[in-house]
Design a binder for this molecule. Structure first.
Ligand SMILES: CC(C)(COP(=O)(O)OP(=O)(O)OC[C@H]1O[C@@H](n2cnc3c(N)ncnc32)[C@H](O)[C@@H]1OP(=O)(O)O)[C@@H](O)C(=O)NCCC(=O)NCCS
Length: 173
């Protein structure tokens, strides 16, 4: 790894930087995420509220990678709000295109998985990865996620139907 970056929790003042990064990844084709260029993103005020609400909740966490004062990565775990769903968190991650392939995604995943492992309410970390996104699937497998199945042709992205791989880690404490 040769990138110089730090990983820290998000605060409401990160709303603009988080939206800028999300927009730049959404503008890529084959971006690995469900946002596409042209999809409506949150306003800055909505994003501030989401950060406040999630960071004030015991089963959510947002971590950012920062370099030279700029947000270059976001990883989040979002827990359910029902008694039946609050023990499962959904994971999402993105790294700015120019910064990929330098270990930043792996480092962010290691940090958020440490948070999840040390947060007693979290039983399961859950995600879907598009089957045309082998880089992301590789990181998840490397860090202990197991594949539970394939959702066939569940999304329409970049002009074609794509399958999604369901992956999870379940903590046995
Ligand atoms: C997925 C993502 C977060 C990874 O971040 P990153 O900083 O590039 O990841 P890292 O540099 O830590 O690791 C990349 C790993 O993928 C591997 N890799 C790269 N291309 C690959 C490919 N085509 N197939 C399999 N593995 C691949 C690298 O060898 C490396 O693994 P290693 O550390 O075991 O050698 C980043 O690519 C991204 O933001 N992509 C767009 C958004 C996205 O896909 N999000 C995930 C949605 S499920």
């Amino acid at each position: 790894m040769n990138a110089n970056f730090l990983i820290r929790p998000a605060v409401p003042d990160d709303a603009v930087g988080m939206l800028e990064l999300t927009r730049s990844v959404a503008d890529e084709s084959y971006n690995g995420i469900l946002h596409s260029s042209g999809d409506t993103l949150r306003t800055v005020e909505e994003q501030r509220k989401v950060i406040e609400q999630r960071m004030g909740s015991g089963n959510c966490m947002i971590l950012l990678a920062e370099a030279n004062g700029q947000i270059i990565g976001i990883v989040s775990c979002v827990g359910g709000v029902l008694t039946s769903t609050e023990r499962t968190v959904g994971l999402g991650i993105m790294v700015k295109k120019e910064w990929r392939g330098q270990g930043i995604g792996t480092a962010m995943m290691q940090h958020i998985l440490a948070w999840a492992r040390n947060t007693p309410i979290v039983k399961r970390v859950d995600l879907e990865v598009l089957t045309n996104n082998p880089r992301a699937a590789h990181i998840y497998e490397k860090l202990g996620f197991q594949t539970e199945g394939i959702k066939r042709q569940i999304y329409f992205k970049d002009g074609e139907f794509v399958d999604a791989q369901v992956m999870a880690i379940v903590f046995e404490r």
